[in-house]
Design a protein around this ligand. Structure first.
Ligand code: SPV
Ligand code: MG
Length: 432
């Protein structure tokens, strides 16, 4: 009997590099190719533009492949334990820490029965590198990017969203990946916060930074990332203006806008009732949502309605009444906000909302009730969690500490251990 050989592909396209792996793997015995499942492709930073079945078909057509299976998990436990391949074949491009974890996982599993890992030198040539880049960057195109949020909502238990306010923070949301035991984790989407976009410019969060400037921030992020964007649209402004904002956002490839049901001079919700804030009437806000939905051209753009009733201490009943009305008016999702330290009122709202509405996506921003876990939120029917301001709040004290250190010491040496080495900063950005 021929030795059993296994390799796993997480790709939408086949290039020379993949064919080389198949050629080498086939020489070792009978080759089974695993195709990584859609859900795991997403977590693994390769958002599929083809379905699992289409990708399996693409591999079946290649000569040298005896069998194609779906690999359900990024880690190889299930597949290696059930198949016990004599050889697992992989390219030698274990680039990041997550890949290193996968390599360790494969080696440990093979060691259990004496299987072998065969590492094939990665094919470096202009064509392969161009195709790899195209596959990645195709995802940054508006048509692909815009619909990703919808797909993620179908595929992942909770869409993890990180605040970004610049190209650099966009890169952090795009590239940060951690391996923890058998799981690999990364952010699914990005949030362009009015609070952070304003603060970054040294301005208050009162709809002072105009849309042209906000769009400039979006553009900076779009330029260097592929993940979907949820835009904080504040109150949406006048309905007559909001319809133009919707068109612009969907043209740029933004996936969703969240608008909040306040009027007049909007101030940040975390002020709560310390300052005068006016909630819109249900009727007016519904009209704004409906106008936005009518203006929208693409099928996949989402208008999410944010309810401020708990922030303004108007109670659960008001929040639930508004949620029902906003969904009826066409809202594609509901964001419920709270500034309590504990998540109880959020859980109560989500449970009551879910009892009536099983499918409209729910969005939560746990800035003050930050002990709540993603699992708990998902357990109460939440679909999107937004970490709305942590990147900016991390940057400010770090920069201020260094500025103070330079003043105190009258030189930069003492601050150096807190700084990213120059060598790393110049290689942080990929060149085309
Ligand atoms: C923002 O990030 O700008 C938000 C969320 O609107 S909050 O600041 O919590 O109101
Ligand atoms: Mg805001």
């Amino acid at each position: 009997m021929k030795p059993k050989v296994y390799t796993c592909f997480c790709t939408d396209i086949i290039h020379e590099g993949h064919l080389n792996i198949i050629r080498e793997a086939e020489k070792l015995g009978e080759l089974t190719v695993g195709v990584l499942s859609d859900a795991e492709m997403i977590r693994y930073n390769r958002f599929p533009t083809k379905t699992t079945e289409e990708r399996m078909e693409m591999i079946r057509e290649l000569s040298g492949v005896s069998r194609v299976i779906e690999q359900k998990q990024i880690m190889y436990d299930e597949v290696i334990r059930s198949m016990k391949p004599d050889y697992v074949v992989h390219g030698d491009n274990w680039n990041d820490s997550a890949m290193q974890e996968i390599r360790k996982n494969i080696l440990a599993l093979l060691q259990e029965y004496g299987g072998e890992l065969v590492e094939i030198p990665y094919t470096h040539n202009e064509n392969v590198e161009k195709l790899d880049r195209q596959m990645r960057e195709k995802l940054s195109m508006p048509e692909f990017r815009r619909g990703r949020l919808h797909k993620l909502l179908e595929m992942t238990p909770i869409v993890k969203t990180l605040e970004v306010h610049s190209g650099l923070t966009g890169l952090i949301a795009e590239k940060t990946i951690v391996a923890k035991g058998e799981a690999i984790s990364q952010f699914d989407a990005m949030w362009i916060s009015s609070l952070c976009d304003s603060t970054e410019k040294g301005k208050p969060d009162i709809e002072l930074v105009d849309m042209t400037s906000r769009f400039r921030t979006i553009d900076d992020v779009l330029e260097v990332t592929t993940k979907p964007i949820i835009f904080d649209g504040d109150t949406g402004g006048l309905t007559e203006h909001f319809v133009y904002t919707v068109r612009s956002l969907e043209r740029m490839g933004v996936s969703a806008v969240i608008i909040e049901d306040k009027t007049g001079l909007k101030k940040n919700s975390l002020f709560g009732t310390e300052i005068q804030q006016t909630q819109d009437t249900i009727e007016n806000f519904c009209a704004k949502i409906a106008a936005g939905k009518r203006a929208q051209l693409s099928d996949d753009f989402m208008i999410i309605a944010r309810i401020e009733s708990l922030i303004l201490e108007r109670g659960q009943e008001d929040a639930l009444e508004r949620a029902g009305a906003y969904v009826k008016a066409g809202a594609d999702g509901i964001m419920i906000h709270s500034r309590k330290k504990e998540p109880d009122e959020i859980f109560a709202f989500c449970d009551a909302f879910r009892a009536k509405d099983k499918k409209t996506p729910l969005v939560v921003v746990p800035s003050t009730f930050n002990t709540v876990t993603e699992e708990e939120l998902a357990g109460h029917g939440v679909n999107i969690v937004i970490y709305a301001n942590q990147m900016l709040r991390a940057a400010f004290p770090a920069m201020e500490r260094v500025a103070k250190s330079i003043l105190v010491n009258q030189r930069a040496f003492e601050a150096d251990s807190d700084l990213m080495p120059i060598r790393e900063i110049i290689t942080l950005i990929d060149e085309l």
